[in-house]
Design a protein around this ligand. Sequence first.
Ligand code: 5GP
Length: 204
Amino acid sequence: MSERGLLIILSGPSGVGKGTVRKAIFESEDTDFEYSVSMTTREKRVGEVEGIDYFFRKRAEFEALIAAGEMLEYAEYVGNYYGTPLTYVNQTLDTGKDVFLEIEVQGAMKVKEKIPDGVFIFLTPPDLTELKSRIVGRGTDKPAIIEERMRVAKEEIEMMSHYDYAVVNDKVELAVERIKKIIVSEHYRVDRVIEKYKKMIKEL
Ligand code: 5GP
């Protein structure tokens, strides 16, 4: 049997561009991991295709799948359910392929509880790296605005602390390259390969 694949979770604050980065990853030729298509109860947008962008389902169907334990994780986001069907993820990992999830932060934390050895990647907005100028602004902002920016920045950094990697989304192509490099090196981590070597020694 082949080794189990890695579960890769791309997440981050809303509006950071997770969807755009994910699409660019899967449009590039040398991507050799599989995207887990999510399920949602939200309306299909123009151009979206069932089974490619999402599995679009009614609320009652989604709730039945939750009750049957068929979701790896799910979250309610802006009044709709979003979730990751469990069977596809398990079956694909079992074939030795890596599986990539692009999900919001509550869902990512649920995955972390269940599968702590996943690769958790936090996509950060570039302005989080320019924190000072963003917060202080040009000195013309009202204290309430500065305070709100401080609060949002703290929340984002707090979220980041639960992840393994922080990738800045300054340019989509650069973010894509950074994520691919992370995935390649994750495969070489000793804690991921040591069991294989131990088994080899035993069988000598
Ligand atoms: P949108 O409605 O714009 O396609 O997605 C809204 C949010 O839902 C995005 O932040 C996206 O990452 C997140 N999302 C998409 N699929 C899933 C999923 O399966 N689980 C969770 N928890 N969030 C998801």
